[in-house]
Structure formats: structure tokens, C-alpha cells
Ligand binder design. Sequence first.
Ligand code: GLV
Length: 308
Amino acid sequence: MAIAILFSSKDPMPWKEVLENKLQEEVYIHPVDHHVQKDINFLICWKPLPGSIEKYQNVKVIQSIGAGIDHLYIENTISKEIIITRIKDEKLLEDMYEYVLAVILAHIKNVNQYHQDKIISRWKPISYKRIEDTAVSFLGLGYLGAGVAVRLQNIGFRVQGWASSVKHIQQVKTYVGDNGLQEMLSSTDILINLLPLTQKTENILNRALFSQLNKAYLINVGRGHHLVEEDLIAALDEEKLIGACLDVFRDEPLPADHRFWKDDRLFITPHVSGITDKHSVVTQLIKNYRNMQQGKPVDHMVNLEKGY
Ligand code: GLV
């Protein structure tokens, strides 16, 4: 039994080092020698290229090193016997919270506007909002959504959230269903998307949803495929939205000629809101590997029916 790391667009070497230090056995990097291939049962993946997972015929567990698993592109292509698992990590949650908090405060205190004003030496005070007057709504109340929601609630924001099933989260008003979504959106200053990407949630940030907002600010830290890009521009033109912070995109890196770069209403970051820290997650990766070896259940297993 052995582990292989299968990454595209991320350097596997530092991960190999951290894992080997703890595990005291060799960790392989894809592509592995032909004679080792059959020994690999545990694959640690980030955006594996199509067709690469299938090379490992004895895989039992695929471990995503992200909170999401959509990057695995596994639909219908690999055996249903294979267990898929993902990361739940306190540091990742804390990083996501700090990112979202920074963006919200920059928005309600007009930091981006003053940055633009400085370029043209314009002195123009703008009214600002307080934390206690700001209604923050979440799409998605999973590990990250609920965790960030509670943290924002604790520092005084008015927080609510919508999820596909009923949730009970301390002090956070929660909604389900289409009516619930409508009710939540009608009283939203900041809308944060932290949904998993599934067939049901793809394109959910669309014109119909935006039409229920009024001068809100969008923060998309879910996935680029949640957002219908032309509907975002229309919602900004109609002032359903007065700005957006986008950390994720349909095409990453965002192409240099993409219209989003030139739009002053958009604040763009290069998918950095929560980056898995290898030192923080190495213990859960090794625990899952050991559990697999001993025939025990792994942690944070994904329900493939639901897609998260
Ligand atoms: C990053 O986007 C993740 O899935 O953790």
C-alpha cells in the first residue's frame, strides 16, 4: 500500500516532504514508475488532469487537498467503489474568515473608492456603514459557510444564511427553499457565496437571483462556475449589485483580456481566500491513509450523490 500525489498547477515536492517526515515511508509523485503504479491505493489530488486518476487501478481513496471536490472531474469516470474525501481544517476556515472580513470592511468603509480617488487626487467623503448596520447573507452553510457566519455574527454583523437543508446555527437565521432564498435576498447588504459546486448550484448566481437584491455587494469565494458572468455585469448596470469581489473564476488564471479586469466595480483576487496549509492538514491526511490501511472509515468522506 502506498500514497501518490497527483497535482497539476501546484508543486507536489513540499507536500511530499511534509508527508514523508510524518509518515516515515516513501510518498510517490505522479507520474510514478510503472512497477509502483499497482501499489498506489491512496491518491492525494489537486486538479488532476483528465485521465490521470484512471492510471491507478488499485486506488481505494482519493483525498482532495481542497475543501471542494469539483476539481477532481470524477463524474462517471471512476469506479463508485472509490472513496472520495476532502479537507476540513480550522486554519482554512480561519483564513476564509479573515479574507471575507477584510473584503467586507473595505467595502463598508469605501476603501476601494478612496484608492481610486487618490489616483486622481479627488477629496470626496462618502457615507459609510457600521458593522452593526450590515446584513450579511450566506449562500451555503457547510463547514466553511457556517464557520465564517458564526465568526461574523460574533463581531456584530447581522448574519443569515441559506442552505439546501435546514440548519441550526447559533444566532444565525437560516433559510431553505426558493421562498426562503427570496426572503433572505430582500434584506441583504453583502451576499457571500460559499456553496459547493454541484449540478444544482452551477450558475446559481444569475439574473433571477440578482434581481431579488437591492444595491448589494457580492463576494464569490465559492467557484467560478456558480456565476453567470454576463448576468453579473447586468446586475451591476441595474444596481441590483453595487460591486463585487471575485476570488474564483470559470477560467483560472483569469485571462488577461477578460472584461472583469477593466471594470472598476469589481475587486479581483487570484483564488487566495483560503489555501490549504500542508502543515495544518498533514495529520488528517495520514489518519485517513492509516484508516484505509486498517479498513476503517476515513474522515470527511464525500457523498457523491450530493456532490459534497
Ligand atoms: C479551494 O478552493 C478549496 O477547494 O479548498
